[in-house]
Design a protein around this ligand. Structure first.
Ligand code: ADP
Ligand code: MG
Length: 180
């Protein structure tokens, strides 16, 4: 293992520890605040098609955005397909099922969304971000493969304790443009 991937592993461990010190109630409240902040962004207000994600229990929850906006914008959710992420539209009536990490995804019979040019904004989860938009994921590189396909603004979203001074970067790591 390279020095850089060792450092990433150590940082993931550190972030997991920090997360455990924040209560569920506090994370729920922070998630709510962050959703409100997203709704204030001009990029959000103008966007018709937005890539969101369904959070793991320790990530910023986008549930409110999904609930409030599914009827008004085209909201997309990633679906794990081998080493890649497929995108599928989320509508209030979309059937959802948990994947191998217990993240809810639109079910297999939901049609895929493949018009990547039509995506106006992407909100990207992460274990940690630094001020330059470098992103630490869970170590599978899913978003490093998805981000190059997007031509829209990309905004990382995380709790304050997930902001770090510097994230070790490997050649394939793709940063986001901004972090909330
Ligand atoms: P994460 O971004 O989830 O924190 P890493 O950046 O550590 O994860 O990447 C995990 C693995 O994914 C790496 O071992 C790397 O080989 C692979 N990977 C990332 N991006 C690509 C890519 N664009 N093409 C092929 N493999 C990739
Ligand atoms: Mg990466």
């Amino acid at each position: 293992m390279t020095r850089c991937s060792e450092e990433k592993k150590a940082l993931r461990r550190e972030i997991r520890q920090r997360k455990q010190q924040v209560s569920e109630a506090e994370k729920a409240s922070l998630s709510q605040q962050l959703c409100r902040q997203v709704e204030q962004l001009p990029e959000w207000q103008e966007a018709r098609t937005v890539l969101l994600y369904h959070a793991l229990s320790d990530e910023v929850s986008t549930r409110e955005l999904l609930q409030r906006w599914a009827g008004q914008k085209t909201l997309l959710l990633p679906v794990v397909d081998g080493d890649d992420l497929l995108l599928k539209p989320y509508r209030p009536q979309t059937a959802m099922s948990p994947n191998q990490w217990n993240i809810l995804e639109p079910t297999a019979d939901t049609e895929c969304f493949s018009d990547y040019q039509a995506i106006d904004l992407a909100l990207i989860p992460g274990m940690a971000f630094d001020k330059d938009g470098h992103r630490l994921g869970r170590g599978k590189g899913y978003y490093d493969r998805l981000l190059p396909r997007l031509s829209c603004p990309t905004i990382g979203i995380c709790f304050p304790f997930q902001k770090v001074e510097k994230i070790p970067v490997e050649p394939w790591d793709i940063p986001v443009q901004r972090v909330l």
